[in-house]
Ligand binder design. Sequence first.
Ligand code: ZN
Length: 248
Amino acid sequence: MDHSVLDEIMNRTNRDKLAERVSRAAEASLAAQGYVSALDVLSGIGWVEPSAVQRWRQGQVECLERVTQTNLSRISEAMKLFRVWARDKGLLPSETQYVARTPKRQKLRFSVSGDHGIEKNYRTHWVSPALSEKKRERVAAQASRPPDLVVIQPTKDMWTCHHCGGTGDLLIMENPGPACLRCVGLGDLVFLPAGAALLTRRAKALSARSAVVVRFSRSRGRYERQGLLVEPQALAEAERTMEVRQSA
Ligand SMILES: [Zn+2]
């Protein structure tokens, strides 16, 4: 057998194997959440580790492909197989936004090239047509919502902001270390203690920037939610609407 024929057969075998891995990962995510994303597939076949996804979501790596453990042509092959699989299943495309879990909320980049079409393919979630239209909309909205920023109330007194060398009551973890809220542009936010669920929900909806405040409980061995940081005008507005309702 000449080499080119052998190469062709090898290529086809590898492609079939990859197709099987892609469809298995995609099936699992579809069953679990009612939709599948490219990220689900790349994670599901083991090409991106959860810790790498986390760093990417926190804006600490340039793009997802940089932390994907295979070459670009294999990734693009898998993406193609994923789209074919999704269309064959009759899934519905839904374009979503991916923003970083950082105060700047910058758009996350997937591809090394940054090509518009490739980015769009990565951002497209494939949704089960079995879900009702309402449920589909909810799933899409949920997927697009940026993850909450997390601010820590330190249990130890001494910590130093890696930007300004200062300290404070609250800190946010960045790649090089803890940072004070002033240095990350959240210094003006006000604290709303946990408990007032309705007020919290309203203030959060009205606030362009917000962050969940947590504190480590030594007795329980985990972080616990203390409240929410919101923009002062959002809190004032939320309080006003609730007073109006109460007096009505
Ligand atoms: Zn600082």
